[in-house]
Design a protein around this ligand. Structure first.
Ligand SMILES: Cc1ncc(COP(=O)(O)O)c(C=O)c1O
Length: 366
């Protein structure tokens, strides 16, 4: 049997929706884009959603629209995809990293305060693998220090924290629709969510080259070409309808994995849902000291695995050399980056596929 690590869905209905947008709409920023934005804002419970060309673009625009500029430091997790901090280093923002907690792999509020310096203007908690960060504590520290908070919810579509959805827990939220995410748009895409009129307006203009609203070729701010294509938005709309059901299926699959893998070898299970924290299992991850051996074994059996992430951001060559970071700076992130392994998780993973993955994992520990 072969079990992939992820399995992006593309139904005939989604293809038809894209074709319909291609035939009948403006090809970019067409009607489907605005419908997708409305539906996505509703899902998050936020006032606005602004569709853009990627999750990285969403993070960049959300920060810039909140006033973050070159020379300002933004603190995020190093235990994340490199795009989290690329999003502001590209416009001259300064990276700052605080360590993550062992309990949820997200930004540790206890470490955050110590990482704030005079240049720090924003915090970007990452809801890693779909697990919401400790937002109350993070928001409280940020408020005391006058910092903007932008959620990197690129892996957390539909996740909830204390009854509120990711994307509606801070000054702005950002999502990626990269194909392996819990929902996608049939290519690259992203979304900014916010309740702030001014931030929404700036994001709308910045994604469209800085064009003045209602004007033809008049541009009153410097912007980017970060628009979302209409066909992608049409697919996103169809995917969004499925998201609640898909997330429930991921949660159910995670429960089965938990029950069957508990106590096996040296494995540690992923952070668990609580009454307050409802993750969406973008990835299902395990911790082990034998990660590379387990990976080789699973791959030899046709089971896909992911190492998210092998190199924490501060030790990526592009960051280490430029900013003078060293190993040992973020011990928990660095340890997790050596021990975490993701096993197959997607909405339609079958009971048979789960059983096969579990059997292969158990076999490894025998
Ligand atoms: C945590 C995180 N941040 C940012 C991004 C960037 O999103 P994109 O690849 O759509 O630019 C991703 C996704 O790939 C991600 O997983």
């Amino acid at each position: 049997m072969k079990v992939p690590i992820a399995s992006p869905v593309m139904t005939e209905k989604m293809i038809e929706a894209a074709a319909n947008a291609l035939r009948n709409e403006r090809l970019t920023l067409g009607e489907s884009v605005f419908k997708f934005e409305d539906a996505f804002a509703k899902m998050c419970g936020s006032k606005y959603a602004i569709a853009v060309s990627s999750g990285t673009a969403a993070l960049q625009l959300a920060l810039q629209a909140n006033g973050i500029k070159a020379g300002d430091r933004v603190i995020t997790s190093a235990m994340s995809f490199v795009a989290s901090s690329n999003s502001y280093v590209v416009f001259g923002g300064l990276p700052g990293f605080a360590d993550v907690s062992e309990s949820d792999y997200d930004l540790d509020p206890a470490k955050l305060a110590g990482a704030i310096d005079g240049k720090t203007k924003a915090v970007m908690p990452v809801h890693l693998y779909g697990q919401p960060a400790k937002m109350d504590e993070i928001n409280e520290i940020a408020e005391k220090r006058g910092l903007i908070v932008v959620e990197d919810a690129c892996q957390a579509h539909g996740a909830a924290y204390k009854g509120r959805r990711a994307g509606n827990l801070a000054d702005a939220g950002c999502f990626s629709f990269y194909p392996t995410k819990n929902m996608h748009v049939g290519g690259d895409g992203g979304m900014v969510t916010t309740n702030d009129d001014k931030v929404a307006d700036l994001c709308q203009r910045m994604r469209h080259c800085g064009r003045k609203k209602g004007s033809n070729y008049e541009h009153d701010i410097i912007g980017y070409t970060y628009r979302l294509n209409s066909a992608n938005a049409a697919i996103g709309l169809e995917q969004l309808k499925m998201l609640p059901e898909w997330n429930e299926k991921r949660r159910a699959a995670a429960k089965i994995y938990d029950s069957k893998l508990k106590g096996v070898g040296d494995l540690a299970l992923p952070p668990q849902p609580t009454k307050d924290i409802q993750p969406v299992f973008h990835l299902y991850t395990l911790r082990t000291k034998k990660r590379y051996e387990l990976k080789a074994h699973l791959e030899s059996k046709g089971v896909g695995v992911g190492l998210n992430y092998e190199i924490p951001i501060h030790l990526q060559p592009a960051y280490k050399e430029r900013f003078g970071y060293n190993a040992g700076m973020l011990p928990v992130s660095e340890r997790l980056c050596k021990e975490v392994i993701a096993i197959p998780m997607f909405q339609d993973i079958s009971g048979e596929q789960i059983d096969y993955v579990v059997e292969c994992v158990r076999e490894f520990y025998k």
